[in-house]
Every structure is written in structure tokens, then in C-alpha cells.
Design a protein around this ligand. Sequence first.
Ligand SMILES: Nc1ncnc2c1ncn2[C@@H]1O[C@H](COP(=O)(O)OP(=O)(O)O)[C@@H](O)[C@H]1O
Ligand SMILES: [Mg+2]
Length: 358
Amino acid sequence: MSDKLTCPLCGQKIDFTLVHHLRDEHKVEPETFRQQFPDKPIHSIGFTGFIKSSEVRKLGDILHYKLDVAGTRMTARHGVDHPLIPISDPTFVWTDPCQDVAEAIEHNERAFIYGPSGTGKSSLVRQIAAITKRPVRRVSLNGETSVSDFIGHWTVNDQRQTVFVNGILPAAMMEGHILQLDEVDAMQPEIGFILQQVLEPNGHLLLTDTGEDIHPHPDFRIVATANTLGFGSDSGLYSSGTHVLNFSWLDRWDVVVHIDYLPADQEVDLLRARHASLKKDLLTCLVTAAGDLRRAHAEEQLSTTITTRRLLALCSRLERGNEFARALATTVLNKVPPEDRKVIGETFDHHVGPLSKS
Ligand SMILES: Nc1ncnc2c1ncn2[C@@H]1O[C@H](COP(=O)(O)OP(=O)(O)O)[C@@H](O)[C@H]1O
Ligand SMILES: [Mg+2]
């Protein structure tokens, strides 16, 4: 849209719409302008088309419009600023299952996202929120989050009064934020119990401390991420921290989405986007080696696996000029059990080694 309009009051050429120009320069409201110049357009044709096709509308003080996110039509807010709105990452790679999560957030379905560690589950929720400008409260339920962090607790304020401070759950419900529950498969049973009432259809939260009954704001959303579906870990990789979730609890989630490692070519694209100075050949070899190791892990020949997060960490070290063996040791090998170290080292050597000789 490069269409310009001429302001009939001053002759200046203005892009897309005269509304701001009239208000700022001439102190004229659009209604007054329309009465004064009934034949003059206030918006360009392209801009009018954009407003229609994007279903732009004002709700309260905020402009809402529609846009495509991962193939789903979502509602975004224009120009809102909030410290909990994540920053968008232009290198984020959108894959097919992302569409299901976007649809769930748009239509207020409770989404349970599961898949191996480091595959972008947490990032996905944040990226959808960044594009649509929704604040996200993220909580990791890996055992470190106490019930009082989650629900709230009593404290004494500056005026020496005893007051109840809302925890993450009631705050997200009241303020209409996305509540991102990471690692729900490692959640303490008490937290599962509390969530149960919120996950009911028309769920609400009765704060037993204060007697307050909290009904969710219409924009409140709840998304869980986990490594396992909650039936225990098949691979054994996550078994130490994960609890077997109870079926009726799991059944309360409207949609379950499986996110796996990126397809190889997309994983190479991601590494290239983040580490542009590294050669494509090298990145392809890293991804091929990771693919072999993930297969070995799936076939239970290896107790650990190589996540996208590990590959990114390795690339950061390589980009700073670290020698390959040293970078691999610090970002990958030193993290894995000794029995996996040899196989992982040899697999990378097998794929990356020939590059250094060519
Ligand atoms: N599809 C993707 N696009 C961009 N970055 C990704 C993608 N998948 C994983 N990553 C990167 O890998 C790292 C781990 O992602 P994260 O969302 O924490 O994974 P998970 O929650 O599945 O463990 C982050 O640096 C993230 O940016
Ligand atoms: Mg995560």
C-alpha cells in the first residue's frame, strides 16, 4: 500500500489516512472533516481495504485486527505495550503443529503441548503471544514452584497490615494473561489439584485463604508444556522428574499437540538464521549428526539426546572461533553421562571430521 491522500486543508500529501494529520496539525476530528468535505476520502483505498480485510475494530481503547499466525487467523492488538508481552523472534521456525496451538489460544481451548526437550515448545507459546501482543505469565512446575508462589500468600505490608498477595494463577486469571505452565509432568500433586477446578468448563478459582471466588478474564488462556504425555516416560530420559499424571486430569485439556524436532532442512535454516557466519555445510553436518543421535536415542542405544538448544549452544561457541572439539566438549559432551560421550563424540566426528580435511 503506497497510496497517498492530499489534505484539502493544507495540500500536504499524507500516507494511508488523514485521521492523525487532521487531529495533530489542524485540531479537526474526522466527523467534522466529513461534514466539511463530504466528497473527500479520509482513508486511501488500500487502507480501507486493509481495515476491512483485517477486520480492524476498536475494543475499549485498543485496536484489534486479524492476522495469520502459522496458518490460523488470530486476533492481535495494535500498539499495546506490556512488560509481559514477549519479544518476537524473526528466526522462529513455524511447523505444522504450531497451527493447532495458535488455534487453541485464539479460541480459548486449553492446550497441552508435549514433546522432547529443546524442541521449541515454550518458545512457540511466547512467539504466538509476541505476534498477537498478549502478556504471558510463565511458570515452571518442575518442583521449584511452591503452592504459595502459585496461589498467593499472606504478608505484612509497609503499613504493617496483613495482606494477601495473589500468586501467578489468580493474577493471570484476573488480568487476562496467557498462563504458560512449563513441565507440568513434573508438577506437585497439590498444584494439579488446584488447577483441576480452573480446567473445568467455566472453571473458576476459589481462594480458600480469602474466600474470594475468581472468575477468569475473557482473555485468560492456559497452555501446558511437558516432555511426556503424563503416562510416564517411554524413553527413560525424563523419568526422574516426571510424575504419572492422572487420566481425568489430562482429560480436562481440550487439545493435545505433539511437537517434535524440526525437520532437518528447517533446523539447518534456524541455525543459519542465528549464526550466519558459519558455513552451511558445517551446519548441515551438525544437524545430520544430531539426527543420527536422536534415532539412536529412540532405539535406546543412547540414554541422552541432542536438542536444538544444544546445537544452538554449540554454534555460538563455533561462531566465536572456538575449535570444534573444545566447543563440542563444553556444550554437549560434558553434559551427558560418560557412557554416551564416546558415541556422541564419534558421531559428530564422523560427520564433521571430513569437512576439516577437505
Ligand atoms: N522452531 C523453532 N524455531 C526457533 N527456535 C527454536 C525452535 N525450536 C527450538 N528453538 C530454540 O531452541 C531453544 C529451546 O527451545 P524451548 O522453547 O526452550 O524448547 P522446549 O520448551 O521444547 O524445551 C531455544 O533457544 C529456541 O529458540
Ligand atoms: Mg520448555
